[in-house]
Design a protein. Structure first.
Lengths: 275, 220
C-alpha cells in the first residue's frame, strides 16, 4: 500500500548495495523499469525479489513507445503484464513520447503536438490499458525540440488526458527543464493547467544545465532549489501524492538520496500542517 | 505531412546525423538528440563488447557502430538485448577488413553478459543455465595482439552455482550431450542413453560427464 504522502527511490543496479543496507523507514516505495527486471534469473532476480519484499514497488516503463509510428508491440505489453502481476505492482507509468520508429532507439523522442497525435496516443493507451487491466499514467517528458507547434505542450497534454482517460505522472523536473528550454510557460502556469484528479504521482530529479537556455534531463545530479519550488507548487495545487526521486547516474553517497527523501517528506508534512 | 511521416523524419534525422536542423528545429537542438541517442548505443556496446572493439581497432569499431546506429532496425524493447541486436545486424555486413573471427568474439562476449541475466528455470532442471556455442576460431583465447588460427571450438558459457558466469571448452561429445539435454529436457540418465544410441562407439561417457559436474554445469 503506497500512501499519497510518500516518497520513493528508483532501484538501480548501481545502487543495489545501498538499498540492501538502507533502513526500511528511509523511504516508502521503490520504482523500477520493467524492461530491466522482467524475464531475468540469477543474482539480480534474487536481489530484486528481496528488495521487493521490503518495499512496495511501482513500475515506470521505458520502451512502450506509446506514441510510435510503429505498430504497438502487443506481445511486449503482455510480457509487462506478467511482470506486474508477478510482483503485485499496481501502478505502471510510461512516457508521453515514442522511442521507436522503424525499430527501437532506446531514448525518448518528442511527440508532434497535433490533434492527430492526440488521437493516435489515445487509441493506443486504450489498447494498453485493456491488456494490462490497469489505468496507466503518462509522464510529461523533457524535450529539446518542438517538431510541431499546432498545439502548445500544455494543450497537447490536456487533450491526451481528456481523450485517453489515463492518469498523469507529473514530472516537476521536466516542467522546469521545458520551461527553460522553450520559454513557453512558467512552471506555475503548467502546474495549474493540469487536472488534479488525473495527477497520480510525481517525479523529481536533478539535471544538467548546459547553457542559459538548454538543460538536459540527465537524472545525474542533486535536485536544485528551483525544482524543489516546483514540487512545492505542485503539492499546493494538486496535493501530496507519491513522489519518486530519480537518480540514474553519478550516484552520490546514499545518505544524500535519503536526505532528499527526507526533504520530500518535510514538504509533504508542511502541506499537511497548512491544510 | 502525416504524423507518421513527421515522426519517421525526426527519427531518421537522429539516426543519420544529417547536417543542419530539421524544419524549424535548429541544428544545435537536433544535435542534442543525436548526441544523447548515440551515447546510449555506443556507450553500452563499447562496454559489453570491449574485446571486440579492441580486436577490430577503435576507429573501425566507431565506424561500424555509426553504420549500425544509422541502419539497424532493432526489434527488442529490452535494452540489454542491444548486443544481440548488434550481432544480428553485423552478421549481414561485409567486413572483409576485420579479423575473420571478430563476430564470433562479439558473440562470445555478448553471451557472457546474457548469462548473468538468463532465466533460472533452465530445462532440464539438472543443468545450470547454459549456452553452447560452436566457433570456427578459439575466441576464448583472444587477447590483444594475438592472431587466432582456425580451430573448431565448442564453448559453454554458463552460470555456475553462486551465480558466477563461467565458460568451459567442450569436447564435441560434451557439446552434443548438452544440446540433447536442452532440446529434450529429459532426465540425465535418459539423455546419456540417447547419446549412447547416437554414438555407439563412445567409450568413456562418465569421464566426460564428471568434468561437467566438476565445472558445475551439471548440478550435483
Amino acid at each position: 500500500m503506497i500512501l499519497p504522502a510518500s516518497v520513493g527511490l528508483g532501484y538501480r543496479r548501481g545502487l543495489a548495495d545501498a538499498f540492501d543496507a538502507a533502513p526500511r523507514s528511509g523511504f516508502d516505495f521503490i520504482e523500477v523499469a520493467p524492461e530491466n527486471w522482467m524475464e531475468i534469473g540469477g543474482p539480480w532476480r534474487k536481489r530484486f525479489a528481496a528488495v521487493a519484499e521490503r518495499w512496495p514497488v511501482v513500475a515506470h516503463g521505458l520502451s512502450l513507445s506509446i506514441g510510435s509510428p510503429d505498430a504497438l508491440d502487443v506481445d511486449f505489453v503482455k510480457r509487462v503484464k506478467t511482470f506486474l502481476d508477478e510482483y503485485k505492482i499496481a501502478s505502471y507509468t510510461e512516457h508521453l513520447s515514442y522511442c521507436s520508429s522503424g525499430g527501437h532507439l532506446y531514448d525518448l523522442m518528442p511527440m508532434p503536438f497535433t490533434a492527430e497525435a492526440v488521437a493516435h496516443v489515445a487509441g493506443r493507451v486504450k489498447q494498453v490499458q485493456d491488456i494490462l487491466e490497469r489505468t496507466i499514467a503518462l509522464e510529461n517528458i523533457s524535450f529539446y525540440a518542438l517538431p510541431s507547434t499546432e498545439m502548445t505542450e500544455i494543450e497537447f497534454i490536456q487533450a491526451v488526458l481528456t481523450e485517453a482517460k489515463c492518469d498523469l505522472l507529473l514530472d516537476v523536473n521536466n516542467v522546469y527543464v521545458n520551461s527553460v528550454n522553450h520559454g513557453q510557460y512558467t512552471p506555475a502556469e503548467f502546474i495549474a493547467a493540469m487536472p488534479t484528479e488525473q495527477v497520480r504521482c510525481y517525479h523529481v530529479a536533478g539535471h544538467n544545465q548546459e547553457s542559459e537556455n538548454l538543460i538536459i534531463d540527465t537524472h545525474g545530479a542533486a535536485i536544485v532549489d528551483p525544482v524543489w519550488s516546483v514540487l512545492n507548487e505542485a503539492y499546493k495545487v494538486h496535493g501530496a501524492k507519491p513522489t519518486l526521486i530519480e537518480r540514474d547516474f553519478d550516484f552520490p553517497p546514499f545518505a544524500e538520496l535519503l536526505a532528499e527523501a527526507a526533504q520530500v517528506r518535510q514538504l509533504q508534512q508542511k502541506l499537511g500542517a497548512v491544510a | 505531412m502525416t504524423l507518421k511521416e513527421q515522426q519517421q523524419q525526426f527519427a531518421q534525422h537522429i539516426r543519420t546525423g544529417a547536417p543542419g536542423g530539421l524544419g524549424t528545429i535548429s541544428s544545435e537542438r537536433m544535435g542534442v538528440y543525436r548526441r544523447l541517442f548515440w551515447g546510449n548505443i555506443e556507450g553500452y556496446l563499447s562496454k559489453i563488447l570491449c574485446q571486440t572493439a579492441a580486436c577490430i581497432g577503435e576507429e573501425q569499431w566507431q565506424k561500424l557502430l555509426q553504420k549500425f546506429f544509422a541502419e539497424a532496425e532493432m526489434t527488442s524493447p529490452i535494452y540489454r538485448d542491444l548486443p544481440a541486436e548488434f550481432i544480428a545486424w553485423a552478421s549481414g555486413q561485409t567486413t572483409v577488413d576485420f579479423p575473420p573471427y571478430w563476430l564470433e568474439l562479439a558473440h562470445f562476449e555478448a553471451l557472457q553478459t546474457a548469462l548473468v541475466f538468463a532465466p533460472d528455470n533452465a530445462s532440464p532442471a539438472w543443468l545450470q543455465p547454459c549456452a553452447v556455442a560452436g566457433y570456427s576460431y578459439p575466441v576464448h583465447q583472444w587477447q590483444a595482439g594475438v592472431v587466432l588460427q582456425p580451430t573448431a571450438s565448442f564453448v559453454a558459457v554458463y552460470r555456475a552455482v553462486e551465480d558466477k558466469v563461467k565458460w568451459l571448452v567442450l569436447t564435441p561429445v560434451q557439446a552434443r550431450f548438452i544440446e540433447l539435454a536442452q532440446q529434450t529436457g529429459l532426465s540425465l540418465d535418459e539423455v546419456v542413453a540417447q547419446l549412447k544410441r547416437e554414438l555407439p562407439q563412445l567409450q568413456d561417457i562418465e569421464q566426460a560427464l564428471d568434468r561437467l559436474r566438476q565445472q558445475e554445469i551439471i548440478r550435483t
